[in-house]
Design a protein around this ligand. Structure first.
Ligand SMILES: Cc1cc2nc3c(=O)[nH]c(=O)nc-3n(C[C@H](O)[C@H](O)[C@H](O)COP(=O)(O)OP(=O)(O)OC[C@H]3O[C@@H](n4cnc5c(N)ncnc54)[C@H](O)[C@@H]3O)c2cc1C
Length: 391
């Protein structure tokens, strides 16, 4: 059985940064980096540029195979199917078993799939990997009418991307306005102005069935309306890759403390998979951003090597979708009973702040001026109250 001091599962930005950090901090150690994708780490945030044929796939690579060889990081292209935390072993999909001292889970998520009849027809795509982007690029080349499903970050970027390629775009979302769970209706109206110049938008719509002879040609909504389409891109969220992990270590994701250690001291977590303890807000939360995954990878790698001088993770997440309309989300943005939103500007620039029960600003959204996210970030950092801002 192969043995490694440090095993990293998931070779995206979190896992690859962790491997690089471990190599720097423990030059003599032996490290395995296991990932099921064939490519070394690449810029996942830019796969849209490959789908639009603006970039070649290799232009997205952030590290080469030679880098891993030179740094003696043993890259294994395989899927981990189970992990035995007592025996400290894990099993690959080729049945190989590996022994570890410490393991980092950095497996991110996979695109959620539609389940309606017809969802397996050709021409229906998820959008999570470089291979997805290559498939979309090749399929849509000669297609004129494309439908996007989902009202999140991927959906709006697709609208921009496909309309810029001169395609006729349909957008199907469940909600009454875009990002309803994160943006006030006033913000939703601004987004509508942007969206409807680029797509036929179907709000409050659900798919009943997808039809076609071998490949998609029609979508039937639950309202009975039928939309003709030649392809469909689906962006309806992520399912975290935690199936192989012991259940007691997981909640929504792999639960880790501020040092990115799970309830098992030899199992660490970083990136989208990690449900980490946020020391700013004293609660567990998930990341879902590139900066988050990147920094967590480095910190987890460091902490795996230096148990006596561990660093804690803290970062106010921020996300700017790649759209010509500047949009920025900062800090906590998912509205719910414990978080209220207040619109403080709605002219040329829309500014919404999100406050907790103590009236402290814990997040916000800006449309029309993404540079303003720096101001919101400062408010979140300092825990300032809404009354102070308004006065
Ligand atoms: C199209 C798109 C656009 C985005 N745009 C932005 C943006 O503008 N800004 C931003 O901040 N974020 C953006 N994101 C999100 C960002 O890319 C993620 O937050 C980040 O990539 C997470 O990194 P990660 O290393 O945690 O996980 P991932 O990048 O998901 O990597 C995890 C890796 O683990 C592998 N894996 C999973 N399970 C196993 C297993 N059992 N065995 C072996 N390997 C496994 C996966 O195949 C994958 O390669 C975007 C995401 C997408 C898809």
């Amino acid at each position: 059985m192969a043995y490694y001091q440090y095993v990293i599962i998931g070779a995206g930005i979190a896992g690859s940064n962790a491997a690089a950090t471990i190599r720097k901090e423990a030059p003599e150690s032996n490290i395995a980096l296991i990932g099921e994708e064939q490519y070394p780490v690449y810029s996942r945030v830019n796969i849209g540029k490959v789908a639009a044929a603006h970039k070649q796939p290799e232009e997205l690579l952030l590290k080469t195979e030679a880098y891993f060889e030179q740094n003696t990081i043993h890259r294994i292209i395989a899927k981990v199917t189970s992990l035995d935390s007592e025996a400290k072993t894990l099993t690959l999909d080729n049945s190989e078993v590996l022994q570890y001292d410490k393991v980092l889970i950095a497996t991110g998520g996979r695109a959620r799939k539609l389940t309606q009849a017809g969802s397996d027809l050709a021409g229906i795509f998820s959008f999570q990997t470089l291979d997805d982007a290559i498939q979309v690029r090749d399929y849509i080349q000669d297609k004129k009418q494309i439908t996007i499903v989902g009202g999140g970050f991927i959906g709006i970027e697709f609208v921009e991307l496909l309309s810029s390629l001169g395609k006729t775009v349909n957008l199907i979302i469940r909600e009454d306005w875009y990002w309803k769970g994160m943006i006030d209706q006033i913000g939703g109206n601004i987004l509508h102005e942007y969206l409807h110049q680029r797509a036929n938008v179907y709000y409050k719509s659900e798919i009943q069935e997808i039809r076609g002879e071998g490949a998609i040609s029609e979508i039937v909504l639950t309202s009975g309306e039928v939309i003709s389409t030649e392809a469909m891109c689906v962006g309806i969220g992520l399912e975290l890759n935690k199936d192989f992990l012991p259940e007691h270590l997981c909640n929504r994701g792999l639960k880790v403390n501020q040092y990115l250690i799970s309830d098992n001291p030899d199992i660490f977590g970083a990136g989208d998979i990690a449900e980490y303890y946020d020391i700013l807000h004293n609660s567990y939360t998930g990341g879902g951003t590139w900066a988050n995954a990147s920094l967590q990878g480095m910190i987890a790698g460091y902490n795996m090597v230096h148990p006596d001088t561990m660093k804690s993770f803290s970062l106010i997440p921020a996300y700017c979708p790649k759209t010509s309309l500047p949009i920025a989300f900062v800090g906590s943005c998912r509205l719910g009973p414990e978080m209220q939103s207040i619109v403080i500007e709605q002219g040329d620039r829309y500014v919404q702040v999100n406050i907790n029960s103590q009236n402290q600003i814990i997040g916000g959204v800006v449309i029309g001026d993404s540079a303003y996210m720096g101001t919101i970030r400062k408010w979140v950092e300092t825990g300032i109250t809404i009354d102070t801002i308004v006065s």
